[in-house]
Design a protein around this ligand. Sequence first.
Ligand code: AR6
Length: 231
Amino acid sequence: VSAVPAASSSSNEVTTPKANEKIEIFRVSPAKLVVPTLAFPSISTADFQFDLDKASDIIVETAEAFLPKLGSARLVLVDLSHGSTILSLVKAKASRKNIDSGRFFTFVGDITKLHSQGGLHCNVIANAANWRLKSGGGGVNAAIFKAAGPDLEAATRARANTLLPGKSVLVPLPSTCPLHNAEGITHVIHVLGPNMNPNRPDCLNNDYTKGCKILREAYTSLFEGFLSTVQ
Ligand code: AR6
């Protein structure tokens, strides 16, 4: 699992003075120095019980297809532990395809604390949501809604009330939101992946033909949402 150093957040750039030239100091907002970066969890592979090997193929293939459209922007797959199987699979498959590891990489950390605890600058994060776009439950959804506070619930409601499997919704975070002011996150993209867990709504009963199609749609929709923030 690789951790790529974060972009510089220095707020000053100083030119080297030539003869008879005064020193000029350019003030640059730290936000402008950050490379646009989407941090995303592995959609559907924990509570929704989607097969990890199939999911890792889809993550690598959709990321590879999107990188050329994204300019210098980065895609980062995040999980909580160094023992994460999905991170290992994706890292190995991306490396086999010679995908630029500066623009698509894996990172271990809590997606709600990537800047403050991990030193990684991300301006957009994805959420593995539920169809009602409700806070709570478990996994990454509970963590993101908890860290963002009521601002995220209100901003989400202003955009959508429900989500279909394979779809996503881009939600801008107000600057009052703790995730925005403490972590530099300007948008959350809620994504609903395919569900293979019989105890959750819309279970696909192990139908991986449908499941893979929906997971591919989910990542495509996620990366398109991120692309719209970059352009
Ligand atoms: N930071 C980074 N990654 C995390 C975090 C975190 N704080 N928490 C979990 N993960 P899951 P799903 C990883 O179960 O399978 C919810 O209850 C986790 O290790 O959150 O799509 C929703 O409400 C795994 O790799 O999402 C839905 O009902 C990945 O995030 C349902 O679960 C996704 O795990 C969605 O299930």
